[in-house]
Ligand binder design. Structure first.
Ligand SMILES: C[S@@+](CC[C@H](N)C(=O)[O-])C[C@H]1O[C@@H](n2cnc3c(N)ncnc32)[C@H](O)[C@@H]1O
Length: 238
């Protein structure tokens, strides 16, 4: 793994969450989101995936698992995350040839127009205009981005009801410490504008609805209707 600068300056508070982020008992909403995000990737990732692949904000890489399941090599896969502690969940993929790098989503360690596929699973911490500009820099002319993010209807209803900040996700750790991490979730119409403003083109949208989730479903998702989206996806090209 390479490291570009101290973790605390890169990732807000994910370092403070990493040890228990994937504990589904402790954080069932995150587990539901991850499951939904993987379903969307199953539906939307291109076959074949391309020659130069990257997952941004990878944590425990969903793309590496997708590739390995289909017996694709991982030697052309770059996994990045602003948090070294979150990226450590993907260290097992390095044994199969994936490269790991600590880097913010807005400064990927690759040259211009070099990535055929970029995956950003649950990208709400960095889903802002600077990230889409970076996508425009690094994507090949025929490349694709698949980004997933929690749905705005849920985020708005939950954060309002819980009296939480609108642009943060609140986690309560096992030790009782409250950790707020950046979470930029917006209406699809506004996401489309962000994408277009970066000079990119939306080619598909999809969503996993609450009714599709596998049990156990977090009580934090009770406030939306069964047909409401839980996680949405955008497929983007040049
Ligand atoms: C909601 S978690 C999702 C992790 C993983 N993609 C998944 O689906 O399980 C968000 C991830 O983005 C990373 N992250 C947060 N801010 C980032 C930034 N500015 N640049 C790159 N990664 C970032 C976090 O460290 C964390 O691993």
């Amino acid at each position: 793994m390479t490291s570009s600068s101290p973790e605390a300056t890169l990732d807000g508070s994910y370092a403070a969450l990493a040890a228990e982020y994937y504990d589904a008992k402790r954080h069932p909403t995150s587990a539901n989101f991850r499951w939904a995000s993987e379903r969307l990737l199953e539906r939307l990732l291109p076959h074949p995936p391309g020659r130069s692949l990257c997952e941004v904000g990878a944590g425990d890489s969903a793309l590496a698992a997708w590739l390995a399941k289909r017996r694709h090599p991982l030697t052309n896969l770059l996994l990045t995350d602003a948090s070294a502690a979150m990226l450590a969940y993907s260290e097992r993929w390095a044994r199969d040839g994936a490269r790991l790098a600590v880097a913010p989503a807005t400064a990927l360690p690759v040259s211009d127009e070099s990535l055929d596929l970029i995956v950003a699973s649950l990208a709400d911490p960095y889903d802002e205009s600077a990230w889409w500009s970076e996508v425009n820099r690094v994507l090949t002319p025929s490349g694709r981005v698949v980004l997933t993010t929690p749905a705005i209807g849920w985020a708005r209803a939950f954060r309002h009801a819980a009296n939480e900040p609108t642009a943060s996700a609140r986690f309560v750790r096992a030790d009782g410490k409250v950790v707020d991490v950046p979470s930029h979730i917006r209406e699809p119409a506004d996401e489309r504008i962000l994408i277009a403003d970066a000079g990119l083109r939306l080619v598909a949208e999809d969503a996993v609805r609450r009714t599709e989730l596998m049990a156990p479903v977090s009580h934090k998702l009770d406030m939306i209707a069964p047909q409401d989206p839980v996680v949405v996806a955008y497929v983007v090209a040049r």
